[in-house]
Design a protein around this ligand. Structure first.
Ligand code: MRU
Length: 354
């Protein structure tokens, strides 16, 4: 399926019998939706960044569980087994974004409850599909709330820098870090957004600059190594990024380069905000040290622009994420409000209030 409209693109679409997935590797040049019909298709799409961004990965994985169990005809016990094995397989696709595991746990728990409720096989399947659809629709609502809270931190005329892509493409809609930009646009509040290109896979250039420009947001693309320069010019009043996992102490895992931006922000006295849903906060991980950091293939660095840009055989280190220690994080913006330090106390309180 191809589309050429300039409306906001949805990264994951449940199309009744298959998952239509926007191939984000091809953006911004081509808009192509891939029909996914098996768990393996979804695993492969997550692993190879056809779908990426923590919430979108979780949503795709939830549908991946549905696809992996829908053809079971023997009975509810066999169906539950297929749900569990699909979830276990999808959990090996990428290690850092906790939304993946959150969504898989939620789908498995729902399947277990359905199986023990005495429901017949076809209602179990239908209800599990509904759970995936709910995960997706809740994400849209959550992001709008995050955007509303985040927008209270910004005023007309401010310059805001973001890194990677935490936008509509990374979520069901609006994004997390980009949500306030869309709401500002709706409300006539003028913000100047600076998007880091985000080496090595260029999510900032290919995705953030693309989706903000499509929407009519004032966006300026810069290379990652220009962030210090634009801050020193006084053009940046705040930084806002998404995250793949927040540890219990407020340490934040996000796209590689985020830590450098946070250090630069602190050096310039600029607030550094992190926007995420509660499903990205992992109280079971005490600190950033325990967050698994994915390392990706060296080709992303040596041949990332479609041609070789480094000598053959050179040693390469390619971590996909880094950890920003909590002392650099001014506030964490969730659907439940704006959380300030001390994070080890206030994040726990957030869940106790749930
Ligand atoms: O490797 P990616 O593109 O999946 O990394 C994405 C990010 O780091 C995002 O900033 C994060 O997932 C937040 S998305 C709302």
């Amino acid at each position: 399926m191809e589309s050429t409209t300039n409306q906001a693109l949805q990264s994951v679409i449940w199309a009744g019998t298959q998952l239509d997935l926007l191939d984000q590797r091809l953006l911004p040049e081509e808009i192509v939706y891939l029909p996914l019909v098996t768990t393996e298709d979804v695993w492969e799409a997550i692993r190879h960044l056809k779908v990426r961004g923590a919430p979108a990965i979780g949503i795709a994985a939830a549908y991946g569980v549905v696809l992996g169990s829908r053809d079971v005809a023997d009975g509810v016990a066999e169906w539950l087994q297929a749900v569990k094995s699909s979830a276990a397989h999808l959990a090996t696709s990428r290690p850092t974004a906790v939304n993946l595991f959150w969504a898989l746990d939620r789908m498995t728990a729902r399947a277990e409850a359905l199986a023990s409720s005495g429901a017949d096989l076809s209602s179990c399947k239908e209800s599990l599909l509904q759970e995936a659809i709910t995960i997706q629709s809740e994400d849209e609502e959550t992001n709008r709330l995050i955007g509303e809270h985040a927008l209270t931190l910004f005023q007309d005329g401010m310059g805001v820098l973001t890194h990677c892509n935490a936008g509509g493409l990374a979520t069901a809609k609006y994004g997390t870090a980009l949500a306030p930009f869309y709401l500002a646009l709706e409300q006539g509040i003028k913000l100047r957004v600076f998007a880091d290109e985000t080496r090595p896979v260029l999510q900032g250039a290919r995705l953030t600059a693309f989706e903000l420009q499509q929407a009519g947001v004032d966006v300026t693309l810069i290379c990652d190594n220009m962030a210090g320069m634009v801050m020193s010019k006084g053009w940046i009043d705040a930084v806002i990024v998404g995250t793949d996992r927040v540890a219990a102490n407020g340490d934040v895992a996000n796209k590689i380069g985020t830590y450098s931006v946070a250090v630069l922000a602190k050096a310039h006295g600029i607030p550094f905000y992190v926007a995420c849903p509660l499903s990205t906060i992992d109280l079971n991980t005490p600190s950033g040290t325990e967050i698994p950091i994915e390392e990706r293939h060296e080709n992303e660095i040596t041949e990332g622009f479609g041609k070789r840009t480094a000598p053959v055989g050179v040693k390469v280190y390619n971590p996909a994420f880094d950890i920003t220690p909590n002392e650099y994080v001014t506030a964490i913006i969730t659907e439940k409000g704006i959380i300030k330090p001390p994070y080890n106390v206030n994040l726990k309180k957030l869940f106790q209030a749930e």
